[in-house]
Ligand binder design. Structure first.
Ligand SMILES: Nc1ncnc2c1ncn2[C@@H]1O[C@H](COP(=O)(O)OP(=O)(O)O)[C@@H](O)[C@H]1O
Ligand SMILES: [Mg+2]
Length: 250
């Protein structure tokens, strides 16, 4: 399965992405976590001590430009990317991490080399049944314009029970519909009460597939700089349920 996390900044995309990676990994999946946030920290949440050593792929401009060679005025749509996952990946206990870094913004329909390579890379990562790619997207909605999310099996929209993040979630749901993406699931995060859950469902007109509570263990782990794979809390079980939801889609 290939899934991407979207939503407003600070809603918990990286947190829930890390919890999902952990749940998949415990179930025996081979997991490739891709951090596409311009200020990456998914590696820290997954306990990669040497994350800083990993050069973000998007910073390798020369390499990307070389791969996305120009054919006339356009970049080729099929750049060679087969060896990139090996070169730009850290591995720990069977869990893999790739850091994309800041993807350059493109103007109307332009296919600049970074995007061409990255989109192709996401399409290329064709998976066996027990393999998963989990992408932690940049906050906001820009990547929908770029079509980077199109090769995904499911888009997971994380929202908290407040208007700002729900507005972003709504926008994402609308853009996804326009791109004819059907598998767009809402995840509630940091809920404090059943009223919070109702507020999310009512505002979006969609019921979240799972919701995570506001979790003191998550807060504690983040403050102590500990991996979220180690925490013991109900959030782990909820992440396990999210795996089941995603397996049913496949
Ligand atoms: N369910 C939760 N309970 C408690 N704290 C949370 C929860 N989800 C996220 N956080 C905290 O909120 C902050 C933002 O989360 P993060 O995953 O970095 O958001 P994003 O990736 O969407 O910007 C982090 O400090 C994180 O520890
Ligand atoms: Mg993040």
């Amino acid at each position: 399965m290939k899934v991407a996390f979207c939503g407003k900044g600070g809603v918990g995309k990286s947190t829930v992405a890390a919890l999902l990676c952990g749940a998949l990994w415990r179930k025996g999946y081979k997991v490739l976590a891709i951090d596409a946030d311009p200020s990456p920290h998914l590696g820290r949440l997954l306990g990669f001590a040497d994350e800083a050593r990993l050069k973000p792929l998007a910073e390798m401009r020369d390499l990307l430009a070389q791969r996305a060679e120009k054919a006339g005025p356009y970049y080729t749509l099929n750049p060679r990317i087969e060896d990139l996952p090996e070169k730009f990946t850290l591995t720990k206990d069977g869990l893999k991490l790739m850091v994309l870094g800041a993807i350059r913004e493109a103007g109307g329909g332009c296919a600049c080399p970074e995007q061409t390579v990255l989109r192709r890379l996401l399409s290329y990562l064709l998976l066996q049944s027990q393999e998963a790619v989990v992408v932690d997207m940049e906050a906001g909605v820009e990547h929908f314009g770029r079509g980077t999310v199109v090769p995904m099996d499911a888009i997971l929209v994380v929202t908290q029970p407040y208007r700002g993040s729900l507005e972003t979630a709504k926008q994402i749901l609308k853009l996804a519909r326009e791109l004819n993406m059907e598998r767009v699931l809402v995840i509630g995060n940091a809920l404090r009460s059943p009223e919070d859950a109702d507020f999310v469902a009512q505002t979006l007109g969609v019921k979240p597939v799972v919701s995570f509570p506001e979790d003191p263990e998550i807060l504690k782990a983040e403050r102590e700089g500990r991996s979220l794979l180690e925490i013991s809390s109900p959030s782990q079980e909820i992440a396990g349920r999210l795996v089941e939801v995603l397996e049913k889609l496949a």
